[in-house]
Design a protein. Structure first.
Length: 443
């Protein structure tokens, strides 16, 4: 966007106007029977960002359960929230589409991006890490972590969890990823212990250690841990794979859930569905503190990072986060309408990483790489620090927020043979991804 004149953008803006008009017209749309009238009708797709399972299954290993499972997950993400959208979420959806329409129609950009520039997806910001990663691997997921979480410890922690049953529609091959739930206080302690791994923990910058609460996150996920990952000091980049006990989801709807809890369910279903989209894809999260903005001393103090995600820990190609928007807001538009830029920015008053803003900026791919609209940002605050001590006031706030709603976590595998079998299955799917060039639900 910064390098293009408004005149050169005119054809694309005209197309965008039609898309946005369709979005606004459909902003109160609830089910798949709705449609938009006029010139924009041809642009509408009611796919809700689902995977084309048929196309995926036709590329070689059609017997794989992954493509169909992912397609089902996309639909379940919609179905599990019920037929109606909470009024507050519907209001936010309408607000988003209206602001989007106004922004696109406001032809006053002077060449600068009023939000945040979307970084290239290919090569991803983690591509320079491939030559310096052990084994020069293109993927960094839980199976490739040089220092594995002690299996005996995972088993011991599992003894104090209530098992979570997977839904019947999930293929049996995907159920060995064991899930369990417990109260919020116990969950924080478990997550800290399971991810404080000797030989890994001391390499993670202190301000990124501990257990964090995604405060204000509209998606049904509540806790995250960044201290089990790989820190590349020369690039000032942290890569965090999805691993046992490093992420947590609610087993119900907290009373004060964001946006009136429109993305949450009264039971476990929304949390389970959200967890599976992450665990089945073995998604990794990368935080680049060197390239987040200008290369000043502020960045060297790790105040701001640009975030990308990779399917199965793909270091060379990042996912298009903009594809989350149609699913989150239930918008009947093509899944690649939007692009997104996510950052991690330490807040004023933060005590060595105790409080961050996890920003979400969104843009329109037809316009360019400028993500001009901030929407859905939340706080990432520590509830437990790197020494395993509660961080106030966030610790007490989180316990109050969750109340008696249990917290669910991916807690490992039944036994080491099961872990080895799952690892082999994931490796086979990664090999298929390399062959077909298709490896992700939101790329």
């Amino acid at each position: 966007m910064a390098s293009a004149s408004l005149a050169a953008l005119a054809p694309r803006l005209a197309l965008l106007a039609a898309v946005v008009a369709a979005v606004v017209a459909a902003s109160s749309c609830i089910d798949e029977s709705c449609s938009a009238e006029g010139d924009a009708s041809g642009l509408l797709q009611l796919a809700r960002d689902r995977i084309d399972a048929t196309a995926l299954q036709g590329r070689g290993k059609s017997e794989s359960t992954f493509p169909m499972a992912l397609a089902q997950l996309q639909q379940r993400a919609v179905d599990s929230r019920g037929e109606h959208v909470h009024p507050e979420l519907a209001s936010k959806r309408q607000e988003f589409t209206q602001v989007l329409a106004q922004t696109v129609s406001n032809q006053s950009w002077d060449g600068s991006c009023p939000g945040f520039q979307v970084h290239p997806l290919f090569p991803a910001q983690t591509a320079p890490l491939v030559p310096i990663q052990p084994g020069n691997l293109k993927y960094l997921w839980w199976g490739d972590m040089p220092t594995q979480q002690p299996f005996e410890q995972l088993q011991e922690l599992n003894k104090n969890l209530t098992p979570v049953e997977y839904p019947d529609w999930l293929p049996e091959k995907l159920t060995p990823l064991r899930m369990g739930q417990t109260d919020a206080k116990t969950a924080i302690d478990m997550m800290y212990k399971a991810t404080k791994v000797d030989g890994n923990f001391d390499k993670i910058p202190k301000k990124l250690r501990g257990v964090m609460w995604m405060k204000g996150n509209a998606i049904p996920e509540v806790l995250a841990v960044l201290q089990y990952g790989m820190w590349f000091d020369s690039q000032k980049t942290l890569v965090v794979p999805t691993a046992p006990f490093n992420w947590a989801w609610p087993a119900g709807k907290p009373k004060d859930a964001p946006f009136g809890g429109g993305m949450y369910c009264e039971d476990q279903s929304c949390g389970i569905t959200t967890s599976l989209v992450q665990t089945i894809l073995a998604r990794s999260f990368s935080f680049d503190f060197l390239e987040a903005g200008d290369k000043s001393t502020t960045n060297n103090k790790m105040k701001k990072a640009y975030m990308q995600t990779g399917t199965f820990g793909n270091l060379t190609e990042a996912e298009n986060l903009g594809k989350l928007i149609p699913g989150i807001l239930n918008l009947p538009v093509p899944s690649d309408t939007f692009n997104g830029a996510f950052t991690l920015e330490e807040e004023p008053g933060s005590n060595d990483g105790s409080s961050w803003k996890r920003t979400c900026y969104w843009g329109l791919k037809q316009v360019g790489s400028c993500a001009f609209l901030e929407f859905g940002s939340y706080q990432l605050v520590k509830v437990m620090d790197g020494d395993g001590k509660p961080v106030q006031p966030y610790y007490d706030q989180f316990l109050k927020y969750m109340g008696d709603i249990p917290v669910m976590m991916w807690s490992g595998w039944k036994d080491e043979a099961t872990k080895a079998g799952v690892k082999k299955q994931f490796e086979e799917f990664i090999a298929m991804c390399e062959t077909t060039g298709e490896c992700g639900a939101i790329r």
